[in-house]
Each structure stands twice: as C-alpha cells, then as structure tokens.
Write a protein that binds this ligand. Structure first.
Ligand code: ZN
Length: 332
C-alpha cells in the first residue's frame, strides 16, 4: 500500500464534492475505488480503509474528530455533514463503518430513522447537552450506540475507535513496548488490583507475562490466577497429597509464586503505550525489595497493597500489614 496515498482528508477536493452530493463535503479516497475494482467484494471489505460519516454542525468539533482520526488511520474515507438532513440522504442509501454524530445537530433526529432502517454499524453519539442516559432513551435498543460527553479527551475517542474499528493503522499509534521487571514484592491479588487499575487508565492493550502465562493487565481477576489462588491451591493440593505435614504457610512461600526477585514481562500496545509503560514502570519499581514479612515469625511473603508519593504499604497473606516511607523520588 502506498504510504503517500495517505489519509483521505489530505487531498481535499471541494469542487468534486458538490457534484457527488450537494450539501455534503464528500472526500473519497482513490484507493477505495481501486480496491473495489481489482478485488472481489469480500477481500475489499477486509482491506479497504474504513468509511466514516461525521454529522456535527460545529466546525471545531469536526476538526477535532478529523485530527484524531488522522492520527489513528493511515487511510480512511470521511464524509462530513453539517446537518442531519443532508446526512440522512447519504445514510438512507449506504452504510458507513462508523457514524459519529452530535446531538442535537440541526435537521431531523437521526437515531430513530437509523433504528427504523435497522442499521448494524456502530454509532458514536457525542453531546454537550444530553447525558448518556437521555441519549440511550432516545436511541432504540437495536442500535449499536456508544456515547461520549462533549468535551471528550483524545484517549476516550481512541478507546471508541479501538472498540468499533480495531487497532490503529498508523504505526506510531500502534507501537508495542515491552519491558522486563524484577519484582520487589509478591504479585498477589492486591498488587494485581493496583496493576489492573493503573493499566485500565490507558487505551493500549497491556499484558503481563510470567514466562508461562500471559494475562490481560486490565483484568483484576486474572492476577488471582497468576500468582495466587489457582496456582496456590494446585500446589497445596499436590504437596499435601505427597506430604500431609506440609502446611499452607509453607506452600505460601513456594519459590514458584510470583514474588520478590521473580521476573515478569510487561507489554503495551497502542496509542498510549509509552505513557502506560511509564505508569507501570513507576509501579513495578517503587520502593525497595521486600522479601520478608515485617513480623519476624511470619514466613508469608509481602504483597504490595498501595503506594503514594510518601508511603508504600504491604501486607502478607496472614494479615500483617505495614507501611514504609517512600525514599525514592516519585516518578523515578
Ligand atoms: Zn506476615
């Protein structure tokens, strides 16, 4: 695919626009026509750039959509409409891959019309006046509607694109970063909770691997299986069968657990991969190594519970908890 034949928005041809669809600013990517001419429909469906219709009477917002779409897609075919009557002329004929529409926009209300047409494509509704609830009340249940309140952030918008149209086709937006960490504490359910909360702030796909398993870092429950309950129960069961005198606390300190000194690999893929990796680096490198519970008689390994600029808190599986002042500077 020719990189210079880039985003459909760049070669703007307003003259040609008027001929195709009066009232609509129509910009077609030449690639679409080429693809359709040389490939069968099914192949074209997979390889052609997404066709996106924008209906918004504010030029500023349309500009914001276009900028973000341009950052995400190497190629896309966009059609802009300032009012929904013009948009309906197009939408009543053909289905885009995504419709972005602000409510209210001058002209008739599109959602009931689209519901009647039983469209299946995703519809991203934005609004500064209506809440998500109000929009959903007006949208029929059969519509694939998602909502963003105006103003929204680039991250929120990218999340919608990721959900509805898949990963970015701009390489910088789809960057993959990986980094290995030596754990300073046990990666238990509590620490997994922190990782999941941290990771969930980002659009990028983030995974954590211990060499054997790879899990979605945004899924809190996954961590329970990685280092704790599932593995622990299996070990306890098999060890107890071999030697009934083995107690859970001995299994608890099994070297097979993900604990201090173990390596994990974090991978982030997406538009905010760098920021995500920075945040997770902050988490995985905070504080000093903690190998033992602060109760000298306890063999349970410490788990990170929380951290702030000033303090880091740990607990062991026997319920001992303690907090230490944070000596490292926040961020590095
Ligand atoms: Zn303890």
């Amino acid at each position: 695919m020719n990189e210079n034949n880039s985003f459909a928005l760049v070669p703007r041809l307003p003259g040609a626009v008027e001929k195709v669809e009066p009232g609509a600013k129509r910009v077609l990517s030449g690639m679409v026509a080429d693809t359709l001419a040389t490939a069968n429909r099914e192949q074209a469906r997979k390889t052609q750039p997404p066709r996106i219709v924008i209906v918004d009477d504010a030029e500023g917002t349309r500009g914001f959509y276009k900028l973000l779409l341009k950052n995400w897609f190497k190629e896309a075919t966009l059609q802009e409409f300032e009012n929904s009557d013009d948009a309906w002329k197009e939408l009543s004929q053909t289905d885009p891959d995504l419709l972005i529409t602000r409510v209210p926009t001058s002209g008739r209300f599109l959602l009931p019309l689209l519901a009647e047409r039983k469209v299946k494509y995703p519809i991203l509704v934005t609004s500064a006046f209506f809440s998500e609830e109000e929009v959903r009340q007006r949208a029929a249940l059969n519509l694939n509607v998602s909502f963003l309140p105006l103003p929204f952030t680039a991250q929120q918008f990218y999340r919608e694109l990721l959900i509805h149209l898949g990963p970015a086709t701009i390489p910088q937006m789809a960057q993959i970063l990986t980094r290995e960490f030596e754990l300073k504490w046990r990666l238990g359910a509590r620490a997994g909770d922190l990782v999941a909360k941290g990771a969930s702030q980002f659009v990028s796909r983030i995974t954590v691997s211990n060499g054997e398993n790879e899990i979605d870092a945004k899924e809190q429950w996954a961590f329970a299986g990685l280092g704790d309950h599932t593995g622990w129960m299996a070990k306890l069961t098999s060890a107890s069968l071999r030697d009934p005198s083995i107690s859970p606390s001995q299994i608890d300190s099994s070297p097979f657990d993900m604990g201090c000194g173990d390596s994990i690999k974090v991978s982030a893929e997406g538009p905010d991969a760098a920021a995500a990796m920075e945040a997770l680096t902050e988490l995985f490198t905070c504080g000093d190594r903690v190998e033992h519970c602060n109760n000298p008689d306890c063999s349970s390994k410490p788990c990170l519970v929380s951290y702030s600029k000033e303090h880091i808190s740990y607990s062991c599986y026997k319920g001992h908890t303690w907090t230490v002042p944070r000596t490292e500077k926040f961020g590095r």
